[in-house]
Design a protein around this ligand. Structure first.
Ligand SMILES: Cc1cc2nc3c(=O)[nH]c(=O)nc-3n(C[C@H](O)[C@H](O)[C@H](O)COP(=O)(O)O)c2cc1C
Length: 175
């Protein structure tokens, strides 16, 4: 049985939901999983875990700076353990941008950090227009309109492939 940490960065909670599904899948394989936010105080002590997974969502083209900072600070430790990274964004709903090798955000992110995650995934996220502040809602609607996505300002659209999430969970359990 391995002790696995899943550390996440989320704004609207969807990455946390994905982490909860990963936790279920990994615990189903007999491992022990701890979920923590990258913003938790005090910061999590990495030394107690056998494997580390980091997941973060995209907002206006970027993962939050806190994810970059965390990775930079803990790069050596991350490299010393089985580890994985996943990104959550809505561009990943598009065929041809839905894999680690083809998702532009994940590719750019990897080119900006020194860490080389041993496993990677990209998951399509969720749009919940009801939750967003006025300007965020307008901006996302414009982006969605430009990329032929849904624009109903009262709509909730979940693009996540939960089987893909579970399958990634099984890969983490086995790595
Ligand atoms: C203000 C805002 C900006 C976003 N910008 C992008 C973006 O640039 N590219 C993209 O693919 N998805 C973008 N998204 C979609 C999010 O990545 C998606 O909603 C994801 O599920 C959010 O996860 P979270 O709830 O864990 O933060 C944006 C969402 C919001 C609300």
């Amino acid at each position: 049985m391995a002790k696995i940490l899943i550390l996440y960065s989320t704004t609207d909670g969807h990455t946390r939901e994905i982490c909860q599904r990963l936790k279920q899948a990994i615990e189903g394989q007999g491992h022990q999983v701890t979920l923590r936010s990258i913003d938790d105080k005090p910061p999590v002590e990495l030394e107690q875990f056998d494997k580390i997974v980091i997941g973060a969502s995209i907002r206006y083209g970027r993962h939050t700076k806190r994810v970059y900072d965390f990775i930079e600070k803990n790069e050596q430790f991350l490299e010393s353990k089985p580890n994985a990274f996943f990104s959550v964004n809505v561009v990943a709903r598009k065929p041809g941008k839905d894999a680690p090798g083809t998702n532009p955000y994940l590719q750019r992110f990897l080119s900006q950090i020194q860490w080389h995650p041993k496993k990677l995934a990209v998951f399509a996220g969720k749009i919940d227009y009801r939750k967003y502040r006025f300007w965020d809602r307008q901006m996302i609607r414009i982006i969605m309109w430009m990329t032929k996505g849904p624009t109903d300002p009262k709509g909730v659209f979940e693009f996540t492939d939960w089987e893909q999430v579970e399958s990634f969970g099984h890969q983490i359990g086995e790595m």
